[in-house]
Design a protein around this ligand. Structure first.
Ligand code: HEM
Ligand SMILES: *[C@@H]1O[C@H](CO)[C@@H](O)[C@H](O)[C@H]1NC(C)=O
Ligand SMILES: *[C@@H]1O[C@H](CO)[C@@H](O)[C@H](O)[C@H]1NC(C)=O
Ligand SMILES: *[C@@H]1O[C@H](CO)[C@@H](O)[C@H](O)[C@H]1NC(C)=O
Ligand SMILES: CC(=O)N[C@H]1CO[C@H](CO)[C@@H](O)[C@@H]1O
Length: 332
């Protein structure tokens, strides 16, 4: 009798679990959930946070590097940590020329956080989720807004440099090109403008904008949308044929604070990349830039919305993909 009752109770529990899984799968798009690891790894966010804090304490580059890594991961085959895969022979996603010099500190942050998580909850938390949590944390710890991250991503089984081309925006893109690419990822123009606010931290190498200084058009070698003093400063920092390793701050005013000054820079002609400044010069996006420049709370709210949507792009959930034990290698 005792035995039978226990079997019945367990049976009932499994029915509930299976029903929840079927419901989750049936929801299609919104497959991710908050507190996904509430039972299986309740401290995951605290563990990742500690790893992020330790890494940030070593170098501020952790902030831009981790945030950009998340963006690139999500735009190429979805947020599935495919960008983390290291190939001994090259040809993985991170080896593509278009990986645009991702800084190693983003990879290192995820690897360290994963090791700390594995020590407590082995085989449970995906690298894709760890990257999503870390990206949220670096924003919050550098002055930006915080938010609850949706979780439940699985790690992808494919990482191929040939899949990168065409999936990342170029700094030369105009508003239509930016909108077209972002809309393929279910992101609106407002999402795109808000996410571009990530350029409130970090660097760009000179070659990504030097055409705006030296070879803009047949009429003007310097892009006329530049603030003249800013263009002078950039020419000093990035002379013609400068060493390709030289980089300058994307936000010349508050480069180490995640704030809305990026938008004030655009209004002042101090957008570094053409794709930044165009958000102000194109009348179709200018009102949003002016709003974000003068209302930090509007920017913060739009950034949170857009980050949550970015984190949903192409995600694999349920029985798809795997939970990698080493973020840089597929389980074999
Ligand atoms: C809107 C289209 C975008 C374009 C054309 C673009 C392009 C670029 C370029 C050319 C760089 C400089 C790379 C280098 O020279 O090292 C850069 C840096 C960066 N991007 Fe973007 N980006 C875009 C959107 C985003 C988004 C949506 C995010 C994140 C949400 C992001 C985050 C970053 C960060 C944080 C850096 C600095 C990286 C570092 O210092 O290591 N970008 N981006
Ligand atoms: C940050 O680094 C300083 C020394 O550079 C150290 O005293 C401090 O404990 C570190 N904090 C964390 C959270 O790692
Ligand atoms: C990457 O994709 C290309 C083109 O589809 C293919 O030829 C190549 O074998 C792939 N590489 C790997 C490592 O899967
Ligand atoms: C965009 O949304 C549609 C509808 O919910 C979904 O089917 C599609 O997979 C999404 N695309 C991406 C890239 O996430
Ligand atoms: C961080 C990283 O893996 N960067 C790579 C980007 O791609 C170039 C090749 O195009 C590699 O040399 C970098 O190591």
């Amino acid at each position: 009798m005792e035995m039978k009752k226990e079997v019945e109770i367990r049976g009932g529990w499994w029915v509930v679990v299976v029903m929840v899984m079927i419901m989750a799968m049936g929801r299609g798009e919104g497959q991710l959930v908050q507190n996904f690891y509430a039972l299986s790894c309740p401290n995951v966010e605290a563990i990742v946070r500690q790893a992020v804090i330790t890494k940030m304490n070593q170098t501020f580059v952790t902030v831009p590097a981790t945030l950009r890594l998340f963006f690139h991961d999500c735009f190429i085959q979805g947020c599935d940590a495919s960008i983390m895969i290291a190939s001994p022979i090259g040809g993985a996603e991170k080896d593509a020329p278009d990986n645009l010099s991702l800084a190693g500190d983003g990879f290192d942050t995820v690897i360290k956080a994963k090791q700390a998580v594995e020590a407590v909850c082995p085989g449970v938390v995906s690298c894709a989720d760890i990257l999503a949590i870390a990206a949220r944390d670096v924003v919050a710890f550098s002055g930006g807004p915080s938010f609850i991250v949706e979780l439940g991503r699985r790690d992808g089984m494919v990482s191929n440099a040939s899949l990168v081309s065409g999936n990342l925006p170029e700094p030369s893109f105009n508003l239509n090109q930016l909108n077209q690419l972002f809309s393929q990822k279910n992101l609106t123009q407002i999402d795109m403008i808000a996410l571009s606010g990530a350029h409130t931290v970090g660097f760009s190498h000179c070659d990504r904008f030097s055409n705006r200084l030296y070879s803009y058009s047949s009429v003007s070698t310097v892009d006329p949308s530049f603030n003249a003093n800013y263009a002078q400063q950039l020419m000093a920092a990035c002379p013609r044929n400068v060493n390709p390793n030289i980089a300058v701050n994307l936000d010349p005013v508050t480069p180490k604070t995640f704030d809305n000054i990026y938008y004030q820079n655009l209004v002042a002609g101090k957008g570094l990349l053409s794709s930044d400044e165009v958000l102000f010069t194109d009348p179709a996006s200018q009102p949003t830039v002016i709003d974000f420049a003068s209302n930090p709370s509007d920017f913060n709210a739009a950034f949170i919305t857009a980050m949550i949507k970015l984190g949903r792009v192409g995600v694999k959930t349920g029985f798809l993909g795997e939970i990698r034990s080493d973020c840089t290698a597929f389980n074999s």
